[in-house]
Design a protein around this ligand. Structure first.
Ligand code: G3P
Length: 217
């Protein structure tokens, strides 16, 4: 399973990029606003830093303007994936951009029916927001299971990109369900490294080793 970083913060991306675990980046208008930086400059900088797909979201809601925005975003770099919302207009633009050879990430997906239409519109990625579904008492990972099943039933090529990830368990569940990608906030990636028994075991190894008085170097 691929791991994308869900952030527009350049420093956060730089900090994790050398781990080799960063297969791409996703941004959205809220993450760009949080970064306090210019959208076009930020996306260009991220595309220089990361080899994998970098999602940049349109900010219009009508098809004509979304298409123009998407074409402009796609010109920033070859690894730009244009994000469009899962609306009727967004899927029209998804089809048009996909036909032009642009990667499209269809975002704000909250139902299996929506995901089915996104695949039929030629989306490269579908982004179901599992955390926001959980937040209202729905079953976010249940949606992932249904989408993965339906895409496999018909050999649909759209990649399931699990978004709105709230913690390590979402990442593990996404992998168990066969999702293609999880886009993960940096703090969740950091949490994936950690386990208290690892820390405890390492401390015990170091303590016992110190008693030997030996040194490898
Ligand atoms: O990639 C989508 C993600 O940024 C949304 O996450 O936490 O705002 O639901 P969240």
């Amino acid at each position: 399973m691929k791991l994308f970083l869900d952030t527009a913060n350049i420093d956060e991306i730089k900090a994790l990029n050398n781990t080799g675990f960063v297969d791409g980046v996703t941004t959205n208008p809220s993450l760009i606003a949080k970064s306090g930086r210019d959208l076009m400059e930020t996306i260009a900088e991220i595309c220089d830093l990361v080899d994998g797909p970098v999602s940049a979201e349109v900010t219009a809601t009508d098809a004509e303007t979304m298409l123009k925005e998407g074409q402009k975003l796609a010109k920033i770099a070859d690894n730009v994936a244009v994000k469009v919302p899962l609306t009727e207009a967004g899927l029209l633009v998804c089809k048009a951009l996909s036909d032009q050879g642009t990667m499209v990430n269809v975002t704000l997906c909250f139902s299996t029916a929506q995901a089915l239409l996104a695949a039929k519109a030629g989306a490269k990625f579908i982004s179901p927001f599992v955390g926001r579904l959980d937040d209202i008492g729905s079953n976010g990972m249940g949606l992932i299971e249904e989408i993965v099943t339906i895409y496999a039933n018909y050999d649909m090529r759209t990649e399931v990109l699990v978004a709105s990830v709230r913690g390590v368990q979402h990442v593990v569940d996404a992998a168990l369900m066969g999702a293609d990608v999880a886009t993960v906030p940096p703090q969740v990636i950091s949490a994936m490294f950690k386990h208290p028994l690892t820390d405890k075991g390492l401390a015990a190894f170091m303590s016992d080793w110190e008693k030997t008085g030996q040194s490898i170097l």
